[in-house]
Write a protein that binds this ligand. Sequence first.
Ligand SMILES: [Zn+2]
Length: 144
Amino acid sequence: MPFKFNLVTCGCGHSFGTSGSRVNYCTKCGSTSNIKDITGFDNAEKLSEAVSIANIPKEISDELIEKIQKKENKSKLFSPNKSPDPFSLMKIATDVDGNLSKLSLEKILINEGISDVSSEHLIGQAEMQGLLVRVSQNTWNWLS
Ligand SMILES: [Zn+2]
């Protein structure tokens, strides 16, 4: 057996991990001859992950995998590499007179499908960096 950590699947449906080089018996039914499948892992973390996945009832694990995949797709969609530069959006939101209002920035954010960052946050960041100065309650001007 080349791997130190093994996921053992027994014919009774139970899966368990062993860290030895030899599988003796199922930890649930005690059978020594019922062992169906043995998968090797390089480390204990991967093994314990595989054991917990193996012991989730199939319907639930399918649902779980689907959920995880959906979540991954969603995070890919909003990955920082793909989302537009917030400052260029703020420039777009600025009117011909050079005024940036919170409302116009919010509209741009909604149009771009950006929901994880607020107009307040972006304006606050720009203010801190000395790019914007507040000229009225909801209007800012660019300093650079
Ligand atoms: Zn068993």
